[in-house]
Design a protein around this ligand. Structure first.
Ligand SMILES: Nc1ncnc2c1ncn2[C@@H]1O[C@H](COP(=O)(O)OP(=O)(O)OP(=O)(O)O)[C@@H](O)[C@H]1O
Ligand SMILES: Nc1nc2c(ncn2[C@@H]2O[C@H](COP(=O)(O)O)[C@@H](O)[C@H]2O)c(=O)[nH]1
Length: 189
């Protein structure tokens, strides 16, 4: 174990990707993003090898068999997401901390695995209704997929207390400021 991990987890639509991207712009020399593997289709503007490694289900299953994942999950029915061990090693080799944008169960899994080397942050939307509004506003998911995300979000909100910190994301600027302080404090520990 030779580095640190910063985990951002939340229900879909809470705003973790938005916050993580801001942190990455601000602290390029200190942190780098763990690019997950996913079997979902890329959204408009998403880049393979930058947002995700977009791979087929067949390849994902093959990589599970080869034990390449530190954690993985079928986050939505038929759609797999996972953290590659090689990503963590790649980033630690650069002398940086790894920053994750992963779902709640995956986040808790990493926290249990890496203990005090990890800071696990739960991004909390003001209310479930606001989260639904944000997801709809993002306009990336079909009505069916939205329903699945919203149903899962309702259950995931109950996991907040199991994280090291709950970060409220009401006003985005405030949330980013608080996220910066949490990250710097953890890195300087
Ligand atoms: N504080 C905020 N106020 C208003 N809109 C926000 C705020 N934070 C994020 N958003 C918007 O809400 C939408 C969802 O945010 P984002 O994609 O970052 O969520 P997420 O938690 O990463 O979701 P997913 O898990 O599906 O990737 C985006 O359109 C984003 O611009
Ligand atoms: N357990 C994991 N969850 C992950 C990983 N990478 C992303 N995610 C989470 O999946 C959902 C859906 O993401 P989207 O990009 O399709 O909106 C979201 O909660 C992500 O944070 C991972 O490697 N492991």
């Amino acid at each position: 174990m030779n580095g640190k991990l910063i985990i951002f987890s939340a229900p879909s639509g809470a705003g973790k990707t938005t916050i993580v991207k801001r942190l990455l712009e601000k602290y390029t020399d200190k942190i780098a993003f763990s690019i997950s593997a996913s079997t979902r289709e890329p959204r408009a503007g998403e880049v393979d090898g930058s947002d995700y490694y977009f791979i087929s289900k067949e390849e994902f299953l093959h990589r599970i068999a080869k034990k390449e994942f530190v954690e993985f999950e079928e986050v939505y029915s038929g759609t797999f997401y996972g953290t590659l061990r090689s990503e963590i090693e790649r980033i630690w080799a650069q002398g940086k901390a790894v920053i994750f944008d992963i779902d709640v169960v995956g986040g808790l899994h990493l926290k249990r695995k890496f203990g005090e080397h990890a800071l696990a942050i739960f991004v909390q939307p003001p209310t479930l209704d606001v989260l639904i509004e944000r997801l709809r506003g993002r306009g990336t998911d079909s009505e069916d997929k939205l329903r699945e995300r919203i149903e899962k979000a309702g259950k995931e909100l109950a996991f907040a207390e199991q994280f090291d910190v709950i970060l409220k994301n009401d006003d985005l600027e405030e949330a980013c400021k608080e996220a910066s302080a949490l990250v710097l404090n953890f890195l300087n520990r």
